[in-house]
Design a protein around this ligand. Sequence first.
Ligand SMILES: *[C@@H]1O[C@H](CO)[C@@H](O)[C@H](O)[C@H]1NC(C)=O
Ligand SMILES: *[C@@H]1O[C@H](CO)[C@@H](O)[C@H](O)[C@H]1NC(C)=O
Ligand SMILES: *[C@@H]1O[C@H](CO)[C@@H](O)[C@H](O)[C@H]1NC(C)=O
Length: 321
Amino acid sequence: MSNTGFSTFACLFFACCFCYSIARPTKLNQEASNDRPVIGILTQMISDTAMKPFGKTYIPSSYVKYIESGGSRVMPIGLTLTTADYESIFRKINGLVFIGGAVDLEKSDYARVAKIFYRLALKANDNGDFFPIWGTCMGMQLLTVLVAGKSLLEKTTADNVALHLNLTSEANSSKMFEGFPQKLMSALTEEPLTGNFHHYGLSVKNFQENEPLRSFFSLLSTNVAENQVHFVSTIEGRKYPFYGVQWHPEVNRFQWDRKLNFPHSAHAVQLSSLLAQFFVNEGRRSLHQFDNLEEEASSLIYNDTPEYAGNFTGYEQIYFF
Ligand SMILES: *[C@@H]1O[C@H](CO)[C@@H](O)[C@H](O)[C@H]1NC(C)=O
Ligand SMILES: *[C@@H]1O[C@H](CO)[C@@H](O)[C@H](O)[C@H]1NC(C)=O
Ligand SMILES: *[C@@H]1O[C@H](CO)[C@@H](O)[C@H](O)[C@H]1NC(C)=O
């Protein structure tokens, strides 16, 4: 394949939550806690012809519900603003999500804006200003391109298949899975709880051979693609609160297309819920805020109405911009 970093067409979904408070609570040991978080979701460029009549960019509602279900509000972020605008938005939001899609991860508007936020987040965290980022599917791939400074993606097709995770020895001591009950950790390795919709990904080999990636991220799980390539399926920053999943936790609760293998079992729902809750809890540690309540209100996704899309996409509802 070309090294342009194309992700998978259906690397589309993401979002999750549910608050099954079992076992240890997610760690929240900062003095201050922001109980009115706003998480930004970067809108995705439309490439699907069926979606083109509706706008230039979109966010599937499943990602929005996923974040909302963790106890956060959502701000959609467009791709055509200036760097100064993004710097201003960064000072107001408490975390950021890179969703799935199918765009060039080095040259697209999406990649340009993601890079601006990524650099701001690195600097903020370095200065003690906690700021988490979550990437799903192509969003995870994007994080690896940003950290490595280039695309190391290759063909790792696992499309429309639900898989169990091959957890690494680092998974047990990870932040992402810290609050998980042992029973769910076992289920993760035995039951097909993770929906995969991708053609490209990062091989375990490329991950391990790239020093910047290996030192930046802990590898929490791997899976095997159709072509037998072992690919990276879950990662988290060792130092920075940046998280990536090649699979789609949001579909487990918020997508229902019968042609697609979305895991909907009780464990699948619990997994989706706990991860959304985990990420929003990370967002609570950010004290960024809007300048005033009017500005906040007008920035939230509540100003937008999703369209019914169940009859022409794999999503039930989509926000178009
Ligand atoms: C699981 O991952 C280990 C490395 O962590 C690897 O050696 C093994 O082959 C993998 N097994 C499967 C079934 O993916
Ligand atoms: C994680 O910990 C559990 C319980 O201590 C253990 O059974 C399991 O093998 C560990 N998993 C890994 C991948 O190390
Ligand atoms: C999908 O359904 C809506 C009504 O809910 C309808 O207006 C629209 O034309 C349908 N789209 C397609 C592609 O069938």
